[in-house]
Design a protein around this ligand. Structure first.
Ligand SMILES: NC(=O)c1ccc[n+]([C@@H]2O[C@H](COP(=O)([O-])OP(=O)(O)OC[C@H]3O[C@@H](n4cnc5c(N)ncnc54)[C@H](OP(=O)(O)O)[C@@H]3O)[C@@H](O)[C@H]2O)c1
Length: 320
């Protein structure tokens, strides 16, 4: 029997790399579509992976690649909208999934997995969460006997190459003895990227997963202050964490979103005004025992910044 062909959008990102590594051990062929093939060439260490430079917003391009696939996985997402008016959030989180669903139907794709986010809700405070909810809803609505769809709603995801612990580690290293932390009481249930990747893989042939959404949460809930304090312990960058009240958190977000690279935005601030917590039930339903932060983070955080993303990825690919 020929190998199942899986087309991944967003497969070059943090989650995508871990998922591609894990899929590399399965009997499947993987095609990752990226805007920049050269920058992501390191993915080619996975023998069953094909890396294709493509404009995924172009329906003709999607039609070609979906026509040559059996399964589509969409991981594309952005945390910040460069226009700050929600236009790019809509394009990436709503218009793209709509187009993916349409083209899955046209090309006879039978299985679509889609990444949403835990806080996604139509009445959520941030545009990130609102647009994620809209995209997720239309993917779930598309579930039918021809096209089985499943969505995933992770809390913050950690693991080698993450942008949560690694970012705080970098910021703490630069901080002058104290560290002003916005929304210190925001709560999260961090989930391990290896468990997220496994959830995608285990759901592929799981009939109960058709038409449903899985909440992906780790075994413990922490406040943001606890997670940042933990980062100081692991990295050895002892800093006094100064939790900012609501007004100063807003002000900091307004300032930082104007800096190059938008290290933090007002929309990020709005996202963290609601708890990002849940249970491990859905991971367990997929046969996964959730991994604790403390079991994984010390293994990569001590060396943050010492290795390039490329080396980090090679190491991970060898490990899985
Ligand atoms: N990381 C977390 O803690 C977390 C938590 C909850 C939900 N999620 C969701 O999980 C998914 C994956 O997250 P991640 O952390 O792996 O993100 P990531 O590292 O930023 O990767 C996202 C990928 O999407 C592609 N992409 C981004 N913007 C695009 C655009 N405008 N047009 C086309 N492609 C674009 C990029 O691929 P190319 O550059 O190769 O084209 C990139 O590799 C996202 O949907 C995110 O919202 C993540």
């Amino acid at each position: 029997m020929s190998k199942r062909r899986i087309c991944i959008l967003g497969g070059s990102g943090f989650v995508g790399r871990h998922l591609a590594s894990a899929l590399g051990k399965e009997n499947v062929s993987i095609r990752v579509l990226t805007r920049n093939r050269e920058r992501n060439r390191d993915l080619l260490v996975i023998p069953s992976l094909e890396l294709v430079e493509a404009d995924i917003h172009d329906p003709t391009v999607l039609r070609k690649h979906f026509g040559e696939s059996d399964v589509v996985i969409n991981l594309v997402g952005i945390l910040n909208d460069p226009h700050r008016d929600g236009r790019t959030f809509r394009r990436v989180h709503v218009e793209l999934p709509r187009q993916i669903v349409d083209i899955c139907r046209q090309t006879g794709i039978r299985r679509l997995l889609h990444m949403s986010a835990l806080g996604a809700a139509s009445d959520a405070p941030s545009k990130y969460q609102q647009t994620k909810a809209e995209g997720e809803a239309l993917v779930l609505d598309a579930n039918s006997s021809q096209l089985a769809t499943t969505t995933f709603r992770p809390s913050v995801i950690f693991g080698r190459g993450d942008s949560f612990f690694n970012r705080f580690a970098r910021l703490l290293r630069l901080a002058p003895g104290f560290f002003p932390l916005p929304t210190p009481n925001a709560r999260f249930s961090p989930v391990y990227v290896g468990d997220v990747a496994r959830a995608f893989i285990n759901s592929l042939d799981e009939r109960d997963a058709y038409g449903r959404s899985y909440e992906l949460c780790g075994p413990r809930t922490y406040t943001l202050r606890e997670l940042v304090e933990y980062t100081t312990e692991v990295t050895g960058h002892k800093r006094r964490i100064i939790g900012l009240g609501d007004g100063l958190s807003r002000l900091q977000a307004r300032i930082l979103e104007r800096l190059p690279g938008q290290p933090y935005s007002y929309d990020n601030y709005l996202s963290s005004t609601r708890d990002n917590v849940g249970t491990t039930e859905d991971l367990e339903r997929l046969g996964i025992r959730p991994t604790a932060v403390e079991a994984i983070v010390p293994g990569y955080l001590g060396n943050f910044g010492a290795r390039s993303r490329y080396n980090e990825f090679r190491k991970e690919a060898r490990r899985v």
